[in-house]
Design a protein around this ligand. Sequence first.
Ligand SMILES: C[S@@+](CC[C@H](N)C(=O)[O-])C[C@H]1O[C@@H](n2cnc3c(N)ncnc32)[C@H](O)[C@@H]1O
Ligand code: SF4
Ligand code: SF4
Length: 434
Amino acid sequence: MISNFFSLAGIETSFRLADIHSPVKVGIILTEKCNLSCIFCATECGFDQNSYNDIISPNMCYEILDQAHKNRVQEIIYSGGEPLMYKFDDLINILEYGRERKLKQTIISNGTLINDDNFPILENLVDVVSISLHGTKDTHNKITCSDEYENTLHTLMLVSNSKKISGSILYTLNSYNSNYQDFDHVVRLSKELNMELYVARGNDLGECSINESYPVLGNLNKIADRMTSYNNDGYNIKFSNCVPKCVLSTDNQYLATSCSAGVGICSISPRGEVRVCLQSDESLGVISNENSLSEIWQNKEIVNFRNMTNISPYCASCKDLMHCKSGCKLEANGIYQMDTMAKLKISEKWEEILGKKARINCRELKITKQLFWTISHPICKISINYLEVCKSLMKKRPVVLNEILNCSDEQISQKDIIMLLVFLYEHNLLKFYS
Ligand SMILES: C[S@@+](CC[C@H](N)C(=O)[O-])C[C@H]1O[C@@H](n2cnc3c(N)ncnc32)[C@H](O)[C@@H]1O
Ligand code: SF4
Ligand code: SF4
């Protein structure tokens, strides 16, 4: 159950995410090795190849594929590191094994190691090949710290010409390619090659957290505006990873995507560790004969994650929670953190109001049996923990909002008070005075 909330307005609590018994998609990290060193890489695999050189054993893959088949998993996503760094003969045996079990198979690759010789073998065994391309030649090479643009382009052409598989381009948005020149270039290519284009917003993970490549809110909305403008002209460009509705401007909110980590998808590391998604480092259990995927999928920690037990009160009060699932909960190098873009959005809103004088703007405020305050118009419930904050907003004289930050006891942090004030602001529950 969701706890520590400001409000439950509009949230459907009867559907229990915890009851989902197996993932729909399983990602397998074949290897943590990579031949590139992308500046935003969440797995940081290109940076210290000696410390991240694990590869999964074929036997572990067969075990995962058997269990996936038994649990009616629909799709296996082979990723890495770079999956084509995996020994090619072993990769083919694994793909054949998955094909025999009628699993949909997708490879995500940087495209540099797929060529005229190995592609005809691959295209008989997989359903989808997704290739990462991040901009014009100069930008792509700069971002990937390589000179591989032409090779990647050649692979895109092989995929595009294939009659057997479908392909897509993955554009990972970061501070180096948040401009129209790079984006338009990749959009044009996707049209020429007749391939779907997905934009992943760079997540605040791994290298992206530490080297200034995080795309930030303004850049995300700039590219979202461009996506909308293309989509209005008949394109169908989507985000591939989760982008919360609350961080997008109104015209772009139809592009919002949900986080399916730990709900519909999981990922398995080279050591057989089950993780909530490809970007996570946290092991939830190691797959073996005695410890099956479905058992791990229902352990307490992952059920709590699925139930969003530890999400911020700001998200717990959001009417879009069931769709969004609180955005990326792994950002800022932690499990169960708040989505970094959503945090940036709250900071921006707080900047707008922090020096202003305000009072609470409602007709009725009362304590209910469950210790929650009910504010009428709109109806919402606020945890009793925020009582002091609300009281200071009810005084006859309006208060300067940043002065309220020190008014509560240690039960709630200043960060939570800011979230409450922004929440009230966004729901027209603050009346401002000059
Ligand atoms: C980790 S890579 C592995 C497969 C392959 N090496 C490749 O680059 O396509 C899978 C996808 O994740 C994207 N990615 C890497 N770091 C990311 C980050 N910090 N946030 C969001 N996506 C990221 C990559 O651009 C790529 O499209
Ligand atoms: S994003 Fe892919 S290609 Fe780039 S360093 Fe990471 S694993 Fe390698
Ligand atoms: S659940 Fe949280 S991150 Fe998602 S839209 Fe609502 S407030 Fe934003």
